[in-house]
Design a binder for this molecule. Sequence first.
Ligand code: ZN
Length: 307
Amino acid sequence: MRLLLPLLTCLLSLTLANSPQPKLKALILDGQNNHKWDITTPVLRHALESSGAFTVAVSSTPPKGAPKDAWAAWKPDFTAYDVVVSNYNGETWPDTVRTAFEAYVKNGGGFVPVHAANNAFGDWPEYNRIIGVGGWGGRDEKSGPWLYVKDGKLFRDTTPGKGGAHGPQHEFVVEVQTQDHPITKGLPHRWLHTQDELYSRLRGPAEDVTILAAATSDLTAVKEPSLMVINYGKGRVFHTTLGHADYSMLCLGFYETLQRGTEWAATGACTRTADLPEDFPTEATVHPITLEGHPKQDRPKPKPAAK
Ligand code: ZN
């Protein structure tokens, strides 16, 4: 018995060490967007599931103009998930859903707005505090400052003007601004992102925002946030402005940062940091990802890469 107990303890700890980590539960929201949400949600799902770290469910809102009873039936249970990923940009949610969403993030839930999710709900103050900054949707100087980086310094520009702008799509270099964060740890300082819109002049309350990575806009000639983290109550938010279309998401830089950011939003840690793929894009070369059987979006002719 004297020998048996240490042996059993040892066996038990070995079993625990070898048992796989329980997967994180992610919920993608979509259903309305001025972007092709029906084509991009499967890419977001693949990006998360292919990491092995997530199970993914999707909740789609009623379509635009749906009657009230259709909306009354849409009641996603945010609290059943470790993290909520938004691919939604459309009509205002019912009050009950908005209240539940605010409480979910405030009480420690994770949230990941992707690209045009930051166009949504320009007139919902708490949503704007949660996402930090956003564009379009009536946003202007009353929404808060325009947040950007210039000469290594963070600017909160209160000059009057509309929030949200972008030029023609092109490849662009994304540059890490905060290296000592679990999401950016070990990433190359600069890497080339595939054809996408480079969001500029985003404005909002920007109360507790850290810009993790940014890209120089040819519209504004300053570094505009590409990846951000926001604290809201006990909740963590990873905000990516990247991902206009399926071809903008099918890129290892997008995949890796979405996986890291979504894990961090869910748990506050990032276990992927030590495993940067060897073929992660460089400053000169993007790394496209192929998704078998995926219906491809038409790609407008890109401008030459902005360096
Ligand atoms: Zn877009």
